[in-house]
Write a protein that binds this ligand. Sequence first.
Ligand SMILES: [Zn+2]
Length: 220
Amino acid sequence: MFPTSFLRKFLVVVAAAAVLAACGSSKTNKGGNFSTKGLRPPVASCKVKPSRLGLAEKIRDIDERNGCQVTNAWKVESLGSVRFSQPAIMNCGVADPLYTWLEDVVQPTAQRSFGESIVSIDVAASYACRPRNKRSGAKMSEHGFGNAIDIAAFTLESGRRITIAEGWWGSRDERRFLHTVHDRACGSFHTVLGPDSDRAHRDHLHLDLQNRANGSTYCR
Ligand SMILES: [Zn+2]
């Protein structure tokens, strides 16, 4: 048994920490402040379990109590035959369209462009509690809902890497491949951003499923 005085001190410390955490999260977040005004949580349900599409496991839901939250959270390490450079944390709704895009768009386009398949993608970001474009004061990024993935490169069977930073403006085959997979992500993903959108996306493709009230897409 702990002495009562120790227990009392312990409880005071815990309560103080809880108050600090609550104050801290409402004002400043690790990635700077952001606004959540007008944001609609994503549809995080899914018809197919990600573990049936690749190497994936269900993890505990995330709620940082500042707007950043992932319901139906999964840690995904591969989809189909495509490995991820690092595990991606996403809500369940993201895995199926990502799998379909990789299998039905990326792989056939890689075959046409290079005569070989993609074996892995460089995941630059998945779940991240931060403002859009890491710009303090902006709206919370869809990454804060585990509703987005950033892809910086595709690696072929031969080991050749096609990076967004170089390939977007690079050789004909790399340009054609990257522009095609970017353009054809639009629709199954609601937001698709690449180097043509702004400097923040000069080195990766951002794909998300933002739940806009009017159901529109934004692809650039
Ligand atoms: Zn992104």
